[in-house]
Design a protein around this ligand. Structure first.
Ligand SMILES: Nc1nc2c(ncn2[C@@H]2O[C@H](COP(=O)(O)OP(=O)(O)OP(=O)(O)O)[C@@H](O)[C@H]2O)c(=O)[nH]1
Ligand SMILES: [Mg+2]
Length: 446
């Protein structure tokens, strides 16, 4: 057995359906099957991962024995659903899960080489939990006003109707946990509708993605309008708001986030473009909240957390197999411009040691092709959701951020995975998976 000389915790986050499970599943499979690409290292899912291309990386193994008492990332289920003859995307996951892998490699020493191992722990957790952080600086009244204003806007107004109906009849002096239970159920239903329709600014994040806190009274936290806030029910919720920060938001940062060394944040820009302006604006607002988790130093929201030190942060625009090859650099540019817009005072950039932005596809479900007839242009071949397998033109990505919504032509085709019998031995076809890994841990294989 190789001796483990380093342990690295890699956080994998992003809002619901951004591609966390597919990323971890495909990355683990690529690492486990790397040897099948030994004779053609510049190809395959680990190409651009320097330790692999240089022949230093040897093999990976899953450590089921480590954290045996914590939820394990369902790697085999994710891999098998993609490899199956009726290949399908994995089911949504909830909460936090871990996958530990030993990566064996030939280390180059000053005088002699040795066989070493790096242990990586991939930690899958919802981006919604990070977006809760700025609640620490808010009062219950401010938070309520923000949430209710947002719930009245755009399509959200339809989905939150039942909640508003319910609070209409409420009396400020009622103080009953049963009422809160009913309100929390309705608010949760509304958050789920918003999330499943691609709107991502959803708080409290833990009510939407409860993990092991499902049904905990502390999650019965809902916003109230000013007139009802003045009574006993308002007082109760004010206390609940404080409790939520103390028992939900802070422990996550102390117990998990503080130990993360590297972080990848997956951003699904393409689905958001398809959904339109309201969804895009929400993505910007939610990313703004999320970015605050990487501000360090005095006066930051996290100055009370000891040892909090993510050194590498990678923002990855996911599902890049939905744009033609020539347009993929534009996807990266879009995300770059969005981050620049959000981080206009460079707080984020000056806080973390290394940051990078790139486009990725963890499992490439389309093929790049050219049209047969002139003028030749790039198209995608694959099976979109609810359509036949064939050649499709998704349209070009906008060059401006935010895009001009009236002239936007891009279509998000939602490709389904094809049958990939070779993936068991060779991993899944991917775009920039090895490049992402190289940014996160490439330099650790000395
Ligand atoms: N074509 C394509 N689709 C992808 C890719 N990655 C993710 N998807 C799509 O995005 C959906 C969500 O992916 P998941 O990996 O389950 O997303 P998640 O972030 O784990 O979602 P939750 O578990 O709900 O938080 C999948 O069902 C696919 O439809 C990719 O690389 N290519
Ligand atoms: Mg998942």
């Amino acid at each position: 057995m190789f001796s483990i000389n380093k342990k690295i915790k890699i956080g994998v986050t992003g809002f619901a359906r951004s591609g966390k499970s597919v990323f971890i599943g495909s990355l683990a499979q690529a690492l486990l099957t790397a040897d099948s690409w030994d004779s053609r290292r510049a190809q395959g899912p680990l190409s651009q991962f320097a330790p692999f291309e240089l022949g230093r990386f040897k093999c990976a193994s899953i450590r089921d024995d480590i954290h045996a008492d914590l939820p394990q990332f369902p790697f085999r289920k994710v891999r098998d659903s993609l490899i199956d003859k009726q290949a399908d995307w994995p089911l949504p996951t909830d909460g936090i899960s871990h996958l530990v892998l030993d990566l064996d490699y030939h280390a180059k020493g000053r005088f002699w080489d040795s066989e070493e191992s790096i242990q990586i722990e991939l930690i899958d957790y919802p981006g919604e939990w990070l977006a809760d952080l700025p609640m620490l600086n808010q009062s219950y009244a401010d938070w309520s006003d923000d949430m209710l204003n947002r719930a009245k806007k755009s399509q959200r107004a339809d989905w939150s109707k039942d909640y508003f109906e319910e609070i209409k009849g409420l009396l400020a002096e009622q103080d009953d946990e049963g009422i809160l239970e009913r309100l929390a159920d309705l608010w949760e239903k509304y958050l789920h509708l918003a999330a499943s329709n691609g709107l991502i600014f959803n708080q409290p994040g833990r009510l939407l993605r409860p993990g092991d806190m499902r049904h905990s009274p502390v999650l019965r936290l809902v916003p109230l309008p000013e007139d009802i806030r003045q009574g006993q029910l308002g007082d109760k919720l004010k206390r609940r708001f404080a409790e939520y920060k103390k028992k939900v938001v802070k422990p996550f940062y102390k117990n998990y986030f503080a130990s993360i060394d590297r972080q990848i944040v997956l951003v699904d820009i393409l689905r958001t473009l398809e959904l339109g302006e309201a969804a895009y604006n929400e993505l910007i607002d939610a990313l703004k909240l999320l970015l605050k988790s990487f501000h360090y130093g005095k006066g930051s929201l996290l100055d009370w957390v000891k040892g909090h030190n993510v050194t590498h942060v990678l923002f990855a625009a996911t599902k890049a197999d939905h744009v033609t090859r020539g347009d993929r650099a534009n996807l990266e540019q879009m995300l770059r411009k969005m981050i620049r817009y959000i981080d206009d005072d460079n707080q984020f950039k000056s806080s973390v040691k290394f940051h990078e932005i790139m486009e990725i596809s963890s499992v490439k479900a389309s093929e790049d092709r050219m049209t047969v007839n002139a003028p030749k242009r790039e198209i995608l071949y694959g099976k979109p959701l609810n359509a036949e397998q064939g050649a499709y033109d998704p349209g070009g990505l906008p060059l401006d951020v935010p895009p001009d919504w009236d002239t936007l032509e891009f279509q998000f085709l939602q490709f389904s995975p094809s049958y990939m019998p070779n993936a068991f031995d060779e991993g899944f076809p991917a775009i920039n998976l090895g490049k992402a890994l190289n940014f996160l841990i490439g330099e650790d294989f000395n």
